[in-house]
Design a binder for this molecule. Structure first.
Ligand SMILES: Cc1ncc(C[n+]2csc(CCOP(=O)(O)OP(=O)(O)O)c2C)c(N)n1
Ligand SMILES: [Mg+2]
Length: 361
């Protein structure tokens, strides 16, 4: 049931021999803008972390822009998305304002999760963006349950459950795939293979390192796609989305490259600098720019203008986050439980606790 046929597409894209005839120029330009927006957003997020504007953990999508934008281009508003903690780009490409995302990273009240989640817990119900999970594999049973709900309630749409390569070694992955296949759920398991789970390579961690084949125990279809090629990614997602709608869940393995360390504080000493240089040279954004120029979809001036417009947009997102208020102390214990629990401190106690923490000031 698994297929290796997509490996041919990887080669074709790597050669840059992509056929753009029949493509809508406005769509192509939009993909480029979105990828650049994610790139600049992430670069600036890394910078804001070093300025201590962002606390906690922070993982960037640098190098994964084409995977994200290609994925979103093939989804509809009915679809639901669950991701791991490396998710800033996904929620932006899903249409949520970058300012609300940056504000969440800053822990501000105007953030998508009210400043309570931070980098790893982005959420927006209107966009059907269901998070942002810090526990490796935590999203997989939930996404599978959501796919079950869609089917049970006879609602339209499919679920995309994104994760990293190393996450396919977690027990919840195998349990969830079993049920998804058994119950013919409308779900795509997107595995972003960036070669590493922190400092451990795929080959060191997975007995079957060709991850798209790992569904064979459940007779689940799997495909591998070049995650640096936005159009190949869009096509693969569209194909597997159709299958999902017909009750055939699948695995989509996107081969990708992590431009920096695992998180913003990882010095990345375990990777060969030459391999990193080589990986970065396959930059999905500049490769797409070359394709657009070659096909005369855009001219140099448009690329420059787009670059400045994106800079401005990210700068505005930072300004918005900076100027936004912190969440009020009185709300500190809100949303801890879905319904009132006797041991939940109230607003007065929240104030007292906060004052005590601040040394009685
Ligand atoms: C259950 C659990 N175990 C360990 C960790 C620590 N941890 C955080 S990210 C990570 C690696 C995951 O790698 P991968 O799935 O390839 O995703 P990537 O970070 O490469 O996108 C680990 C082990 C965790 N967060 N949760
Ligand atoms: Mg990984």
């Amino acid at each position: 049931m698994t297929t290796g046929s997509t490996e041919q597409r990887v080669d074709a894209a790597a050669d840059g021999r992509l056929d753009l005839s029949g493509e809508d120029a406005e769509h192509l330009k939009h993909y480029y803008e979105q990828m650049l927006l994610i790139r600049r957003f992430e670069e600036r997020a890394g910078e804001m972390y070093t300025k201590a504007k962002i606390g906690g953990y922070c993982h960037l999508n640098l190098g994964e822009e084409a995977t994200i934008v290609g994925l979103m281009a093939a989804l509809t508003p009915d679809d639901y998305i669950f991701t791991n903690y490396r998710e800033h780009g996904y929620i932006i490409a899903r249409g949520v304002e970058p300012g609300r995302v940056m504000a969440e990273l800053f822990g501000k009240q105007t953030g998508v999760s009210g400043g309570r989640g931070g980098s790893m817990h982005l959420f927006d119900i209107g966009a059907h963006f269901m998070g942002g999970y810090a526990i490796v594999g935590g999203q997989i049973p939930l996404a599978t349950g959501a796919a079950y709900a869609l089917k049970y309630q006879e609602r339209p749409g499919v679920v995309v459950c994104q994760m990293g390569d190393a996450t396919t070694n977690i027990g919840a992955w195998h349990e969830s795939l079993n049920l998804a296949a058994l119950w013919q759920l409308p779900i795509i398991y997107l595995v972003v293979n960036n070669g590493y789970g922190m400092g451990t390579t795929v080959e060191e961690g997975a007995a079957e390192p060709e991850l798209y084949k790992r569904g064979c125990a459940f007779r689940m279809h799997g495909e591998r796609v070049d995650g640096t090629d936005v159009l190949a990614m869009r096509a693969a997602t569209a194909r597997l989305r159709e299958r999902a709608q017909a009750g055939e869940p699948s695995i989509l393995e996107a081969i990708s490259f992590r431009f920096r360390g695992h998180s913003v504080i990882d010095a990345d000493r375990y990777r060969d600098p030459e391999a990193v240089k080589q990986g970065r040279s396959q930059d999905p954004i500049s490769m797409f720019a070359t394709q657009l120029l070659d096909a005369k979809v855009v001219v140099d001036g448009w690329l420059k203008e787009t670059a400045s417009q994106v800079e401005r947009e990210v700068q505005a997102a930072i300004a918005f986050a900076d100027q936004s208020p912190d969440p009020p102390i009185a709300d500190l214990f809100d949303f801890m439980y879905a319904s009132p629990a006797p041991n939940t401190p109230g607003r007065a106690e929240a104030h007292a606790i906060a004052q005590q923490a601040q040394g009685g000031r």
